[in-house]
Design a protein around this ligand. Structure first.
Ligand code: COA
Length: 381
């Protein structure tokens, strides 16, 4: 007899598109309008007027901070910038060719060994963990990069905000105000995006009441794929392969005729321009002009034009962040870890939200395999 009890009643939806899996107040993506909001605030307002630290408070607390609350958070973050020396020593033994996003994922697991209270999931303890992770992601990424390049490790500077401190630890030089501001806004733009793959992965893991570190490690794993956060690195590789504005048309047409995807285009939810791309396009131009080389911006604009004409597809967050970071002198394979340096704020916010009103996430599969198959002993198969 086939056991049909508990069998799913609805037909499955490929990739869970359009399925609402839980309630959340953290962010909303309005795909048709091309709008993104964090806790009710439009991303354009936040990009123009807020800071990454203020957005972190907003995502975790459902409201903007008062001045003393923001100062307290900034102090707590800056006080937590440093990572255990044991991790720095361990990183020196990782293979030099390890992918930086895999290094970050591994380091989050290691970091948990130095947090005796990681299994305390109360809001008070979880906020402390969220502060630590958000403060230490930039240090983990920059330190790993310095070690990989055979350079001396630069200790964090607690007088700097997260954006400026990251650029400082990466290059060993205090960034210009302009670079620090552009990077800060990039962090604001990447901070949260509703139930994207990495955030959903974080919530699934947190939903089992596993630790915040476990949820974040799973989120990084999901982010690393080229269809998610890995796309920004792939975009820059494509731009470098194209090489010249004059090559764009033939390159894209050939790629499309071979049914290849052009990274940085299309989106599971947006049906018009990704509002984050609007700001990053501007930064790509600005950073190019500042560096005296607008070639990558121009190639990007041409790719955008051809993709719109040939496929009707718009650029997403990863398209113009690639040339922006390239012009800031950031190595290609750090683009995805940088995404994580920002998104850790959203991941931890979602984990806090999940812990506060938890329900184990356990969907059903629409079974399409055989049923009632008699077991045949191995010698008779
Ligand atoms: N380049 C070329 N064609 C694309 C495309 C791209 N970047 N993105 C989507 N398409 C096409 C698909 O080939 C498909 O065409 P078809 O119907 O003729 O087969 C159609 O558009 C729908 O694509 P699909 O991948 O099913 O849509 P989705 O909603 O699952 O895709 C993404 C969302 C993001 C996974 C997809 O657009 C993609 O792979 N983009 C590139 C990777 C990327 O930039 N990821 C970062 C997202 S922020």
């Amino acid at each position: 007899m086939t056991d049909k009890t508990n069998a799913p009643t609805a037909t499955s939806t490929a990739g869970l598109r359009g399925v609402t899996a839980a309630t959340s107040s953290i962010s909303d993506v309005l795909g048709e309008k091309g709008q993104l909001i964090y806790q009710g605030y439009d991303i354009h307002d936040l990009a123009k007027r807020s800071t990454f630290e203020e957005v972190i408070f907003l995502l975790w607390n459902k409201r903007l901070p008062k001045r003393d609350e923001l100062d307290d958070l900034k102090r707590a973050l800056a006080a937590a910038y440093e990572i255990p020396t044991e991790i720095v020593e361990l990183m020196k033994r990782y293979p030099r060719d390890a992918d930086p996003i895999d290094v970050l994922r591994t380091n989050v697991s290691v970091l948990e060994f130095y947090e005796p209270n990681s299994r305390d999931l109360s809001r008070e303890a979880a906020i402390k963990t969220a502060i630590k992770l958000t403060a230490q992601f930039p240090t983990l990424v920059a330190t790993a990069e310095r070690i990989r390049q055979g350079q001396d490790v630069v200790k964090p500077d607690s007088s700097l905000n997260i954006a400026a401190n990251f650029l400082y630890m990466l290059t060993g030089e205090k960034p210009s105000e302009h670079h620090a501001k552009v990077f800060d806004v990039a962090l604001v733009l990447h901070a949260d995006h509703e139930f994207n793959a990495s955030t959903f992965a974080a919530r699934v893991v947190a939903g089992t009441l596993a630790t915040m570190y476990a949820g974040v490690a799973a989120a990084i794993a999901a982010l690393s794929g080229p269809l998610h956060g890995g796309a920004n690195t792939a975009v820059m590789r494509t731009l470098l392969e194209i090489g010249e504005v004059d090559n764009v048309d033939s390159y894209i047409k050939k790629a499309l005729s071979e049914k290849r995807k052009i990274m940085g285009f299309g989106h599971a939810v947006y049906r018009t321009e990704d509002p984050r791309a609007t700001h990053l396009r501007k930064f790509s131009k600005e950073m190019g002009e500042l560096a005296g080389d607008t070639k990558w911006y121009e190639i990007s604009r041409k790719v955008e034009e051809v993709m719109q004409r040939e496929k009707g597809l718009y650029p997403n967050v990863d398209f113009f962040s690639a040339s922006t970071y390239y012009m800031m002198g950031i190595p290609l394979d750090l683009y995805t870890p940088i995404f994580a340096v920002s998104r850790i704020s959203g991941w931890t916010g979602h984990i806090l939200e999940q812990y506060a009103d938890n329900k184990l996430i356990r969907p059903r599969a629409e079974y399409v395999g055989k049923r009632d198959v008699p077991y045949v002993p191995i010698d008779q198969r």
